[in-house]
Design a protein around this ligand. Structure first.
Ligand SMILES: [Mg+2]
Length: 305
């Protein structure tokens, strides 16, 4: 059931709105803008009904604040105003409110408009989700990776946890495509994504298609040695799929992996470590492919086999 937040300094008014909506929605009410802001930030709400005239923080100020930050920017806000402030409608809509309802209102109007905006909200969320997914494999795409990598990097730094980034690449993929054709190549990319994601199941694990036959994974909480061993499992899992390759080059489809594990320190740059992971991948290719090469961010390097 969708959650709706009603922010109105008049408790009577807030309770009246709640009584209109409570058969279809879970409704929370509060009486101040500050309280409303704190509640909105929990990310629990699909819609906000906001009174304009309130002491301390008025509806316009709150609306502006909601619009300034993610994810509250995406919560639809319907402004509720008295007849005396009907001239504020333009201002409210300009600030980003999706709709404007003037008191006195009929319960049917409230229900109808709320239903419409909740529906639109779900379409928008669905659309945004799809824009973050790689269509071929169903895993995260490059765009989502760009957001996620920075968030996870900061999170690991804040918590003082080891952060791992690993680049994965399908070996001799161009030859595979030239031999078996692009549709077969697409199937291989999907199979590798599936095998890798079956190992990356924890809430903090992340896997994205980086581009072409290249993937990137982020893991938090494993030390360098454990991460090195963990990604060997993924390498083996792909090898064990036993997808026939062009026998002149390789019996089966395999992947090479390069990674780095560090505890992010203040002033460290994520991009510098991504570059190290990329160098490790390069070493894995150079050493003969189908292997994992790892760095601890300093002098230590681990090579598989
Ligand atoms: Mg009021």
């Amino acid at each position: 059931m969708d959650h709706i937040l009603v922010i109105d300094d008049s408790r009577t008014q807030a309770e009246y709105l709640k009584s209109i909506l409570k058969s279809d929605y879970e409704v929370t009410t509060c009486q101040t803008g500050l309280e409303g802001l704190a509640l909105a930030k929990t990310g629990r709400y699909s819609l906000i009904l906001l009174d304009i005239i309130m002491p301390d923080m008025d509806g316009f100020t709150l609306l502006r604040t909601l619009q300034e930050s993610f994810p509250t920017r995406y919560i639809p806000v319907i402004l509720i105003s008295g007849l005396s402030d009907v001239q504020h409608e333009e201002k409210g809509l300009t600030l980003g409110a999706v709709d404007y309802i003037t008191k006195p209102f009929s319960p049917i109007t409230i229900r109808a408009r709320v239903n419409t905006h909740i529906k639109l909200y779900h379409f928008q969320m669905q659309f945004m989700k799809q824009a973050m997914v790689d269509q071929l494999t169903g895993i995260a795409n490059r765009r989502r990776y760009e957001d996620e990598s920075i968030m996870k990097w900061r999170e690991a730094g804040r918590l003082g946890l080891p952060f791992t980034v690993c680049m994965l690449d399908i070996d001799k993929f161009k030859i595979y495509n030239d031999t078996f054709g692009h549709p077969a190549g697409d199937k291989v990319i999907s199979a590798v994504a599936k095998a890798a994601s079956s190992y990356l199941q924890r809430a903090t694990d992340f896997l994205a298609r980086y581009g072409g036959e290249e993937f990137v994974s982020i893991v938090i909480g494993l030390d360098a040695k454990s991460a090195f061993e963990f990604f060997q499992l993924i390498r083996r899992a792909v090898e064990q799929l036993q997808i026939p390759h062009n026998p002149e080059f390789s019996p089966y489809v395999t992947i090479s992996l390069g990674g780095v594990t560090v505890v992010p320190q203040a002033g460290d740059s994520y991009d510098a470590y991504l570059k190290i992971a990329d160098n490790m991948l390069y070493d894995a290719k150079k050493l003969g492919r189908n292997r994992v090469v790892w760095s601890d961010g300093g002098r230590e390097q681990w090579l598989e086999k």
